[in-house]
Write a protein that binds this ligand. Structure first.
Ligand code: 6GU
Length: 225
């Protein structure tokens, strides 16, 4: 999988994409992540990528030209499955969406900024508009980082068996069961006895009942309740 991220703040994402899981996925050759500075594509001699909105509302709007130039340059090199725009008025990102995106070959993520982008870009070049939740971020970079992380860790081979994504919260619409490590007794705070019993069937049953209880209590919406 290849992810091309278009941003006015590449330095904000550089450390993130070259650390931890994303770094390892790239070193293993399973994923490529490329950052593109939108300012490198502007025809403006002052390197501006935004301008005042028609109609006189507040804030600045990202212009068509640099975004179009960058996306066109990328599309000349390869076909893209999706051109995603990060925006608080997009469809809510979730685990099924991460699963679907993780199966794509080539994806562009355009990070929104300022008051928004010229709507013509959204009409003509964007194939998916995605939000990471009902709150407003200054820019789409953190949203792009969140999505890239959620997608890449699902690419086969990225996680080791022991980190398997199969037991993640949300993977089966249930929150994960609690986990513990040594020591079994820390200052009198005890690990549940069943986990120390070695009885595999009982442990599985306990984990499922914990998942159900936590989901019912914390996220009844996931159970349709
Ligand atoms: Cl994708 N972008 C911005 N700027 N704010 C957000 C968001 C995205 N998702 C939630 N808030």
């Amino acid at each position: 999988m290849r992810i091309d991220i278009i941003t006015v703040l590449p330095e904000m994402l550089d450390g993130f994409i070259n650390t931890s899981i994303l770094a390892r996925a790239q070193k293993k050759g399973l994923v490529e992540i490329h950052l593109h500075n939108l300012r490198d594509y502007t025809a403006d001699k002052h390197r501006r990528v935004d301008d005042y909105p028609f109609g006189g509302s507040a804030g600045m709007v990202m212009q068509c030209q640099p975004i179009d130039a960058c996306i066109t340059a990328l599309k000349a090199e390869r076909d893209y499955d999706e051109v995603i725009f990060t925006t608080p008025d997009g469809e809510q990102f979730n685990q099924p969406m991460a699963n679907a995106f993780s199966m794509l070959n080539n994806v562009i993520i355009l990070c929104g900024h300022y008051k928004g982008i010229d709507y013509r870009i959204r009409e003509h070049l964007i194939t998916k508009e995605v939000s990471i939740g009902d709150f407003v971020l200054t820019g789409g970079e953190l949203a792009a980082a969140v999505m890239a992380d959620a997608m890449v860790r699902l690419v086969p081979g990225v996680l080791s068996d022991e980190q398997s994504a199969l037991s993640d919260s949300f993977q089966d619409n249930l929150l994960a069961a609690p986990v513990y490590t040594r020591p079994a007794d820390y200052k009198g705070w005890r690990v549940p006895d069943v986990l120390l019993s070695g009885h595999e069937a009982k442990i599985k049953e306990w984990e499922l009942s914990q998942s159900l209880e936590r989901t019912r209590r914390l996220r009844p919406d996931l159970l349709g309740e």
